[in-house]
Design a protein around this ligand. Structure first.
Ligand code: G4P
Length: 537
């Protein structure tokens, strides 16, 4: 019974957003409401605090940005939230995509004045491929925003998904006074508190109540009443099954900075977001969270968390069974049994030892270089997870070793970073001497590589730009010998990934489009085709 209870009370969620939409602020407010921090500091203080908890890596500190992501865990009214933060800078990396493979739902934060932005769209595509439910939080309602109906329209058109406003804003900008909850038909009036440091006091009323008419300016009140009526008449009913299948996104309005609508969003996540689900394993096997065997997979490797130790942390998403400290598990990739003696929850640089954990939880295993991305750890040797797909890099460089005498260090360092999945490596099909490129989803990863090569392996690097921006894997049925220069667009080249699969690098999306038009029979994909082509055991 305990296992079921533990699973039912867990939600494992990632927050995605375009930089500056308010993801960090919302995360911080979740922690405030979850009681993990007593007082959410003013934004400045928060940014400083973030420097202490999340931006631990030297490079991050130098740049004042958050490259790597952190896993936060907090309790709220008997529930437990595992919140996976994703890198907020526009130079996001493949890690961001990988994190989406380890969560059961996603909160998408949108700036109410801006609507859907490019990065949100990219991340959304990955969610859609996995069929993960998405909850949308339209933020910054305390400032003038676009018309809420416009925003819903854009969500539906751009993302090609239904949008169901669970609540509706009562005014925007200075006139923003609260939201109307369409499911329980209650008005939540908020009060502004300076800096949003404490939970926002709110009063609950019916829309017809005098207090609502008195609080809102008359023109806002009449507009809101009209809009709510219109939504009820013209819109569909709330369909939870469609939320779970990712067909519709429930939409919430609020202001993270002012704590408006944060608690309502949290309530809804616990009520409507899925509990930890089943995970597919090799051999058509599906592992259920309530299965007694412990199992999980590594979705992220974090090196260098503690500069004094230079260790690596492998982040493991638990999929089934119960984790207990010191348990012995199979590591199918190495064929060895390993004792999990050093599992931690990780909050920025702080680590706390974990005694037990359940499906949906994420634990950090101090691993040196034992574990790789996609690795399975399990007490049942028959379970092997399908691994995590590689995602197509969009930036490429040639990375050379300027010191021939240091060749070994250079090679070993690069090999380790490739294995960790920091970047991907490709052998170009060319006779020229420069026949190897590294590729990344975000160019910042190249700085991470150079920095780590120097600091961890004492290896200097020299990089040269490589002018491709689109990569596609070629279906394994296509004979690479047929991909001759005559059929490739100008500037495109074939290459091989580290698992021996053929890819094509194109100069740009236009060039890819041209190729697809001319050769529709050649199947291409932005992730590898076969399971065996994934980063895995
Ligand atoms: P991110 O993680 O998505 O990149 O965004 P972050 O939370 O850092 O927020 C980006 C900016 O938006 C911050 O201001 C933050 O204060 C502001 N913000 C977040 N939520 C709200 C909101 O509900 N209303 C308003 N008006 N602003 C909000 P900044 O100018 O970048 O930082 P600072 O100069 O205030 O420190």
């Amino acid at each position: 019974m305990k296992a079921q209870d533990e699973i039912q009370r867990r939600r494992t969620v990632a927050i995605i957003s375009h930089p500056d939409a308010g993801k960090t602020t919302l995360t911080e407010k979740f922690l405030l409401y979850g009681g993990a921090v007593q007082e959410a500091g003013a934004v400045r203080a928060r940014k400083n605090q973030r420097a202490a908890t999340s931006d631990w890596m030297e490079l991050e500190q130098q740049r004042g940005i958050s490259i790597t992501s952190t896993v936060l865990q907090f309790d709220f009214e008997g529930f437990r939230m595992n919140l996976l933060d994703t890198p907020g800078h526009q130079d996001f990396s493949e890690d961001t995509y990988r994190i989406l493979t380890a969560v059961d739902s996603v909160i998408m934060v949108i700036d109410g004045a801006k609507g859907i932005e490019a990065q949100t769209l990219k991340l959304f595509e990955v969610c859609r491929k996995r069929g993960i439910p998405i909850f949308t939080f339209v933020n910054k309602l305390d400032r003038p925003t676009r018309e809420p109906l416009d925003l819903l329209d854009e969500l539906e058109k751009v993302l090609n998904i239904g949008a169901y406003p669970v609540n509706w804003p009562l005014g925007t900008g200075f006139e923003f006074k609260g939201v109307y909850d369409r499911l329980d038909k209650k008005v939540h009036l908020f009060e502004r508190t300076t800096g949003g440091a404490y939970k926002a006091p709110e009063s609950v009323a019916n829309i017809e109540d005098q207090i609502v008419a008195d609080t809102l300016p008359p023109h806002v009140y009449s507009q809101v009443v009209e809009e709510i009526e219109m939504l009820d008449i013209a819109g569909e009913d709330f369909n939870h099954a469609e939320v779970l299948s990712g067909k519709i996104t429930p939409v919430f309005f609020g202001s993270a900075m002012n704590n408006f609508g944060v608690e309502l969003l949290l309530d809804a996540i616990f009520q409507y977001a899925p509990v930890p689900g089943m995970y597919p394993a090799l051999g058509e096997k599906v592992v259920k969270p309530e299965d007694s065997a412990f199992s999980g997979f590594v979705f992220k490797i974090q090196a260098n968390m503690d500069p004094r130790h230079r260790d690596r942390i492998a982040f493991l998403r638990i999929c089934s069974g119960k984790f207990e400290k010191n348990m012995q598990v199979h590591h199918p990739k190495s064929g060895k049994k390993v004792r999990l003696s050093s599992a931690h929850t990780v909050f920025g640089q702080e680590r706390e030892s974990v005694e037990e954990a359940w499906p949906g939880d994420v634990i950090g295993l101090i691993s040196n270089d034992k574990f790789g991305i996609g690795d399975t750890l399990t007490s049942d040797s028959k379970i092997i997870y399908q691994g995590i797909p590689y995602f197509a890099p969009e930036h490429f460089i040639y990375l050379n070793n300027p010191n021939p005498s240091n060749y070994k260090r250079f090679r070993d360092g690069l090999e380790q970073l490739l294995q960790e999945g920091v970047v991907q490596g490709f052998d170009l099909n060319t006779h020229s001497q420069n026949n190897f490129v590294i590729g990344a989803v975000g160019p910042l990863q190249f700085d991470v590589v150079k920095h780590r090569m120097k600091s961890e392996y004492n290896a200097d690097t020299e990089s040269l730009p490589a002018n491709w921006s689109v990569l596609r894997w070629v279906h394994p049925d296509v004979d690479p010998a047929t991909l001759t220069r005559d059929i490739l667009p100008v500037g495109a080249i074939t290459a091989t990934d580290r698992l021996g699969n053929t890819v094509i690098l194109f100069s740009n999306a236009w060039s890819l489009g041209l190729f697809k038009d001319k050769h529709p029979q050649i199947a291409l994909s932005d992730t590898p085709f076969r399971k065996e082509m994934m980063a895995q055991t």
